[in-house]
Design a protein around this ligand. Structure first.
Ligand code: ATR
Length: 269
């Protein structure tokens, strides 16, 4: 580190479990970029974002609970971030803050690389911020119609309205037996399973569906789906991909994603 070292970081709260400082720091080293990446725990996202300009911090990731709020304090948002009204990546160019959403892109690419989703009956569980990113990714992949299940039906109906020009959404109660049974792919974008071994749906009702979760490490849903012999995908590729695109936005460098996968796996052991 010296007087020319660029500063990057991640703003969130809590922040102490994030793998991003470890991953980005290792990548700066690997590609001989004179930069550091540090955790910024913040109680005030507005002040934190204004501070980026005051301190000439080159770029940040934004994580929970600030991805939607951060959108309102940047100077420019790219087209995807504008539609999602949510940013997880900010680049500071001469005091102007440019916002991007690489989460949806990370998910989109992970799905494209691992599944044949064309013409499949896809069911999304959840209607929060993460679910919005998944819906947008599915639309960008050319999917015309999906089912959404959520504990709070009105939140799913809000998404149905919001995205009505892009994708047809049918809304169902959480765990609707016939929908779970008929699905070819079920994507969990709820926070269920993040902190404990709860499951958003009863795996007994799943007959043939692939099971996708945006969380990493494996949730109970993924563990039981594997046990049942279903095809699964957890959130690790999405994590690596979103970091890959953030890094590229900041530095122009496309880092080695296989090396990144190993770093993330090591981090969570
Ligand atoms: P995020 O931005 O991570 O998506 P969020 O906006 O709080 O977080 O959304 C969390 C999602 O998990 C929601 O779909 C939520 O359901 P509700 O809309 O009914 O709140 C879902 N969720 C959280 N805890 C849940 C639980 N115990 N059972 C079922 N769904 C749950």
């Amino acid at each position: 580190m010296n007087a020319k070292t660029d500063i990057y970081g991640i703003i969130g709260n809590p922040i102490d479990r994030s793998f991003s400082p470890t991953l980005h720091t290792k990548m700066f080293k690997k590609y001989r970029i004179n930069a550091v990446y540090v955790p910024f725990k913040s109680d005030n996202i507005k002040d934190a974002i204004i501070g980026l300009k005051g301190l000439s911090i080159k770029g940040v990731n934004i994580t929970l609970p600030y991805k939607e709020k951060a959108f309102f304090f940047i100077d420019h948002a790219d087209e995807d971030a504008q539609i999602l009204k949510s940013v997880n990546t900010i680049k500071n160019v001469d005091g102007k803050l440019y916002g991007y959403n690489t989460d949806f892109k990370g998910f989109m690419e992970a799905l494209r690389n691992n599944f044949n989703y064309k013409g499949k009956n896809i069911t999304l569980i959840g209607a929060g911020g993460a679910a919005r990113g998944v819906i947008y990714a599915l639309y960008k992949l050319g999917i015309k119609k999906i089912n959404i299940m959520n504990r709070t039906i009105s939140k799913a109906e809000n998404l149905q309205r919001e995205f009505s020009d892009l994708i047809k959404i049918n809304v169902y109660e959480l765990n609707a037996k016939e929908i779970v049974g008929d699905s070819d792919m079920i994507i969990n974008a709820t926070s269920v399973g993040l902190k404990n071994s709860n499951m958003p749906i009863d795996i007994k009702n799943v007959e043939k569906s692939d099971i996708v979760d945006i969380i990493y490490p494996d949730t109970e849903l993924i563990k039981q789906a594997k046990f049942k012999g279903l095809r699964t995908m957890n959130g690790i590729e999405m994590l690596v991909n979103q970091a890959f695109y953030s890094f590229k936005i900041w530095t122009g460098v496309e880092f080695d994603r296989k090396a990144a996968l190993d770093i993330v796996k090591d981090f969570y052991i």
